[in-house]
Design a protein around this ligand. Structure first.
Ligand code: PLP
Length: 462
């Protein structure tokens, strides 16, 4: 009898990592200089005290930490056990459909209660805020995945949760709104009348479909103007990427179980957290010179091509210029991406550390249109049985392209990608795709040029 090919690699509950992994020491060691965030008012570097109106000191400490490992609190690990360790699969049926010599592995984060990787950071963020005596969290959500995760985490720790939901998603994904409300969260379509930032946008653009940049402004303003309320962000920031490192730490153990070393690691990038989560523990090997040939491919929508068409510059994290100015790839904080279904990838910027890795050539990037990624999603669903969210469908498309390139080259490559969420709340998007109603949204360089005019004038040298 032929050897059976193993397609699923599970860790035991006691193999959940007990510490998160911080890549910053390796980034510095490799000679890359992380630039400081700047105050939106003074344009001077900001310190921990400047962030105190928004975040608890424990998270600020993690944001600036130079420690390689940071212990995960026991209470957080207990909640992680609801869905962690998450499984790693080999996609043999997809491999056969592609007739490729490549072996494709994927880590599946859609097993979390909220359906994506987002609870990996929502839970510790709610934990540290509860420890600091905070009563309410204000946050934003793009696709609704982050809002779902944060509302769930807040309900675990007895916190109230206000979610500013990008209006395009609020209208496209009513079930995400109801999911958040089920956990007791309050959901407002953004731009809203609740904040000055929202009112200002509505005055100028009454039909605004919103953007993550606008929703962030609203949530930050809400938190900054209420003493009992903190702000929480589901991506971009260092502590968010840190919490997501649990994905890659588990994946490393699972790839070892499979007896494989990846040749290329693919993920989708909105602000960078799920991709950094799977990639950074492996990236350490590349930065240390142990795995110099390991490739990293970040994927993004052609309608919001931050890494492939953006500029590396200091820019505001939000539209109303309330959030800190950070060094990153950006399309300009005024850039409002077309309302593509991958709502979680509609952000004008990206994480500073991930941007730095792209800038220095340690990471590549690729952009795809809506129909390309839904075609990949359909091929994945019909072969592997999981209906993916539109966001990780970019990663699937990237992985398929890598597998086809391996076929072309006649090479057995090992591909690992992060399937960061299921698409069970994205049926409208699938309906549009299946019925040929998805516009092939093109990126308009003129819009970016208009938005880049408003970049803060801060010189950058890396
Ligand atoms: C399912 C899903 N994937 C990806 C993202 C993008 O965020 P990040 O790049 O931080 O993983 C989001 C953000 O909302 C999301 O909901």
């Amino acid at each position: 009898m032929a050897d059976e090919v193993r397609t699923r690699f599970d860790l035991q509950p006691d193999q959940i990592p007990s510490a998160w992994f911080n890549l910053m020491p390796d980034i510095v060691q490799a000679g890359m200089e992380p630039l400081p965030p700047l105050s939106p008012q003074t344009r001077e570097p900001i310190g921990p005290d400047d962030l105190a109106p928004l975040f608890p000191m424990s998270l600020i400490g993690q944001e600036v930490s130079t420690e390689q490992w940071i212990d995960i609190p026991g209470e957080v690990i207990d909640i992680y056990r609801l869905w962690r360790p998450s499984p790693l699969f080999r996609a043999t049926r997809l491999e056969r459909a592609l007739d490729t010599p490549a072996r494709i592995y994927f880590k599946y984060e859609g097993v979390s209660p909220a359906g994506s990787h987002k609870p990996n950071t929502a839970v510790p963020q709610a934990f540290y805020n509860r420890e600091a005596g905070i009563r309410r969290i204000a946050t934003e959500t793009g696709a609704g995945q982050w809002g779902s995760a944060m509302a769930m985490a807040c309900s675990f720790f007895g916190l109230e949760c206000t979610v500013y939901m990008v209006k395009a998603s609020y209208e496209q994904k009513p079930y995400r709104r109801i999911f958040i409300e089920t956990f007791g969260g309050e959901v407002l379509p953004s731009p809203s009348e609740r904040t000055n930032s929202g009112k200002a946008i509505l005055a100028e653009h009454p039909d605004s479909t919103g953007s993550l940049g606008i929703a962030i402004s609203e949530a930050v303003e809400d938190a900054a103007t209420h003493a009992d309320t903190n702000y929480s962000l589901g991506s971009v920031l260092g502590h968010v990427l840190l919490h997501q490192s649990i994905i890659g730490l588990e994946a490393q153990q699972q790839m070892e179980m499979a007896g494989e070393r990846p040749d290329v690691i693919v993920g989708c990038v909105g602000g960078g957290s799920n991709y950094a989560g799977i990639a950074y523990p492996f990236m350490a090997g590349k930065l240390r010179g142990e795995t110099p040939d390991l490739r990293f491919v970040a994927t993004e929508p052609a309608a919001c091509p931050t890494l492939t068409k953006g500029t590396f510059a200091y820019d505001f994290g939000d539209t109303a210029q309330i959030a800190p100015i950070v060094p990153m790839y950006t399309l300009g904080h005024d850039f409002v991406p077309a309302p593509v279904h991958a709502g979680g990838l509609r952000y004008h910027g990206d994480s500073p550390s991930l941007s730095l890795l792209v800038k220095h050539g340690y990471m590549e990037a690729a952009a795809y249109t809506q129909n390309q990624i839904f075609e990949a999603a359909r091929q994945f669903a019909t072969t592997q049985g999981i209906v993916p969210a539109p966001e990780p469908s970019h990663a699937i498309k990237g992985a398929i392209d890598e597998a086809l390139a391996a076929k072309e080259a006649g090479e057995e490559r090992v591909i690992l990608f992060n399937l960061c969420g299921h698409g069970h709340f994205d049926m409208q998007a699938y309906d549009d795709f299946l019925n040929g109603r998805l516009p092939e949204v093109e990126f308009d360089v003129a819009d970016e040029e208009a938005a880049l005019v408003n970049l803060p004038e801060v010189p950058i040298d890396v």
